[in-house]
Design a protein around this ligand. Structure first.
Ligand code: SF4
Length: 502
């Protein structure tokens, strides 16, 4: 009986559930680059390069350790190379670790192969799907904070016995400083492309279908050693200051004190518990501020695991949710940031084109916020997020975009929509200072679109928002605007859509 293992592009670690159960010296292994997958949406060129280069490096590592690796470059699809490999290696049973993304699970289900596929439960996350399900079934509401505290207790992270370190679970209040009098920012690590990466870049440049973004600044790590170096860099240079300024946005500062480790976590080059433990160890041995370490642990042990858990928990209809009934198309400028004169959007979108990356507040409070208040279809927005970011996968983007960013699920995941006017962007960034729009105006010639869209959003959905309870303060402010001004606001919003102005 010969067992063979198919390793998917986001399962690049020796400890993944299928690989770790086999003796690599007598288990054939296959990795396949599929052009059909690359065509699903106009992905960022850096994302394709990162995945394919990381796959090629991982295959080489496996080979060097004695495994019989078949690496298929640029196949049209998976089925033909899998069939050939099964026949050539007399494989009787094919193992694959359960994909994190449901569409990939469906693809596997529909493959025409002569042998059975055994799907090994995924160990890519700290919580397995079954464990999250047990937790969710015991709750009335699936609140992230409850899940996060359970995770801290369960894995003994930042705990003093049964109590949280520092006597509090949450240091968010200390972690929302605006970008004023900022300390010097570290330069993010840049990895010069090696021969393997350059070869992939050449190929990606030549692909004959639409893609997005620039490859010019490609500097991502493509190996586990590189990813470990990024983690060490984050712990040394960024984590001490990460907390207070994690929500701040500054023109020309693409990364601030953010770790840029999500692409590596999502490929399997780093493991989430490894990263959480490393942050905890740094807190203990390097005397780091607790608010910074807790803020980071919250992102990985809290939000990341919670998003993955929710994705596995909901049914297929969740992905088509549209609580507000928003159906506007995605403006063209999302694909070309130079086409908008809103400086906040232009800055963030041009950064995404250059790097395939923006930090969580740029994503949530600039991009998703604009999409939410201007009434763009949640599915169109999710699709764009999935295409545009190097760390985007179905499991993370569906709950992040549909649930958190656009509140299209009506509140399964968040207790109120993350909707904001120019006030928030002005407080947390320097973008408004370089903008032709007036951040204080909502109806005049130079009124900021974030302002008229925000108030129009509240007015259009007043009844739904009232039912949430947590929007009452905002609705009380809405009630103070006189009806004539509200009409003018609605006219400005309609006029913007009529002219598709950016
Ligand atoms: Fe963005 Fe409005 Fe500020 Fe311009 S004024 S940067 S459009 S929030």
């Amino acid at each position: 009986m010969t067992t063979g293992i198919w390793i998917l592009g986001d399962q690049l670690w020796r400890g993944q559930a299928a690989l770790r159960q086999c003796d690599l010296s007598d288990t054939p292994v296959i990795l396949i680059e599929s052009l059909a997958r690359a065509r699903v949406r106009p992905y960022h060129r850096q994302k394709l390069t990162l995945i394919w280069s990381a796959m090629r490096h991982f295959a080489r590592e496996l080979e060097e350790s004695g495994a019989a690796v078949t690496y298929v470059r640029q196949a049209d699809d998976f089925e033909v190379p899998l069939n050939r490999w099964i026949e050539a290696n007399d494989v009787d049973e094919l193992w694959v670790m359960e994909p994190s993304d449901r569409p990939f699970g469906d693809l596997i289900e529909n493959l025409q192969l002569p042998i059975a596929i055994r799907r090994i439960p995924n160990n890519h996350f700290i919580w397995s799907r079954a464990e999250f399900q047990n937790w969710a079934e015991s709750r009335k509401r699936l609140v992230m904070e409850d899940f996060y505290r359970q995770g801290r207790r369960r894995f003994g992270v930042l705990m003093n016995g049964d109590e949280p370190a520092g006597g509090r679970w949450n240091f968010d209040r200390e972690n929302r400083k605006p970008p004023k009098n900022l300390p010097d920012r570290p330069s993010p690590p840049h990895f010069e492309p090696d021969d393997i990466t350059r070869e992939v870049m050449e190929r990606v440049r030549e692909l004959p279908f639409p893609l997005y973004g620039s490859l010019d600044d490609f500097g991502w790590a493509v190996t586990r050693d590189g990813a470990r170096a990024v983690l060490e860099y984050f712990l040394d240079e960024c984590l001490p200051t990460f907390g207070p300024y994690q929500d701040a946005m500054v023109t020309g500062e693409e990364t601030m004190w953010h770790g840029l480790i999500s692409p590596y976590l999502n490929l399997g080059l780093l493991q989430p518990l490894e990263v959480v433990r490393a942050a905890q160890e740094a807190y203990r041995t390097r005397d780091l501020p607790l608010n910074s370490v807790e803020g980071f642990v919250r992102q990985v042990l809290g939000w990341r695991e919670y998003m993955a858990g929710i994705y596995g928990w909901v049914d297929e209809e969740y992905f088509q949710s549209n609580w507000f009934g928003h159906d506007r198309p995605l403006p063209d400028f999302f694909w070309d940031g130079s086409k908008t004169d809103m400086n906040c959007l232009r800055q963030v979108l041009s950064q995404v084109e250059r790097r395939g990356y923006a930090h969580h507040i740029q994503r949530l409070m600039v991009l998703a916020n604009f999409a939410l208040i201007s009434g763009i279809s949640p599915q169109a927005v999710e699709d764009w997020f999935h295409a545009a970011f190097v760390d985007a996968y179905d499991w993370v983007m569906q709950p992040n975009a549909i649930g958190m960013g656009l509140f299209a699920d009506g509140g399964l995941l968040a207790t109120k929509p993350y909707a904001a006017s120019a006030n928030y962007i002005d407080r947390m960034s320097d973008y408004c200072r370089g903008c032709g729009y007036d951040r204080g105006d909502r109806t005049g010639e130079r009124a900021c679109p974030f302002n008229f869209f925000y108030w129009d959003f509240l007015a259009r959905h007043r009844d739904k928002l009232k039912s949430l309870g947590r929007m009452n303060l905002m609705l009380a402010n809405l009630d103070r605007i006189d009806p004539e001004e509200l009409d003018a606001i609605a006219e400005k919003a309609a006029d913007w859509h009529r002219n598709s102005r950016g």
